[in-house]
Design a protein around this ligand. Structure first.
Ligand SMILES: [Zn+2]
Ligand SMILES: [Zn+2]
Length: 237
């Protein structure tokens, strides 16, 4: 069944919508808030997944659980990991997850060599004339498709604005990403899982070390406070 579904071709927008809905639910679960899987499923099918059945959306969510598990992340309790995630679909889901700030969901810190949180600056990043407005409350937005494309602008803007320097330690990005751009990761200073906004006033470009420091160090709170003084555009939420 799984492979057949893959051949029917979920496009990137459908997969991104699934991943974002998944992360929204996981965020709610992490902050002990309730949500109904069935409602989220229906919402997706009323929007970006209008071509899909309830059971295929459910199955996709189980795929995402499986990939999260492979990445060392916790997953939504209600979505048991699907056993047979095709490599193609698994890789695509992984790639999308790697573009999101999911560090807050990591089960436990891993070694630096096991990085996977790639957020590569795309070659065709648009030119920004103004600071994009962003989203005050990403969890509350109902129009999934619009939210995702706007959210992408925020990460692109933040990466571009950094000019390749970590906003935590001011060092140059430690290496170039696969596309040749300086490798930095976008971090939400108040985590999305804690209802932080997806705006440039809540997002910074960090080197992998500083990013891990924000999530896992024993001085993460003090380090986070320093970010607010160091990066002028940040606003406390
Ligand atoms: Zn740094
Ligand atoms: Zn982060």
């Amino acid at each position: 069944m799984g492979t057949k579904k893959e051949r029917t071709g979920w496009d990137d927008q459908e997969l991104e919508a699934s991943v974002d809905a998944y992360l929204k639910m996981l965020g709610l679960e992490h902050s002990n808030q309730t949500f109904k899987k069935a409602d989220e499923n229906r919402l997706l099918r009323e929007g970006p997944l209008s071509k899909r059945s309830a059971s295929s959306v459910e199955y996709r969510m189980q795929n995402i659980s499986a990939v999260m598990e492979q990445m060392g992340m916790s997953h939504i309790v209600g979505y048991v990991s699907a056993k047979n995630v095709g490599t193609g679909i698994g890789n695509r889901i992984r790639k999308i997850l790697a573009q999101r700030d999911i560090e807050a969901f990591r089960k436990e810190p891993t070694q630096a060599s096991q990085h996977f949180t790639y957020r590569l600056l795309e070659a065709n990043t648009p030119q920004f004339s103004d600071t994009p407005e962003g989203i005050l409350n990403p969890n509350k937005t109902s129009s999934a498709a619009i939210r995702y494309s706007r959210a992408r602008w925020i990460t692109d803007w933040v990466l571009k604005h950094s000019r390749g320097f970590c906003e935590g330690c001011n060092q140059a990005a430690p290496f170039l990403g696969a596309n040749g751009s300086p490798y930095l990761e976008v971090h939400h200073v108040k985590h999305l899982a804690q209802k932080g906004s997806d705006r440039t006033s809540n997002a910074v470009a960090l080197c992998p070390n500083c990013h891990r420091r924000c999530h896992h160090s024993n001085d993460r709170e003090a380090f986070t406070l320093e970010l607010y003084t160091r990066v002028k555009r940040l606003e406390r939420e």
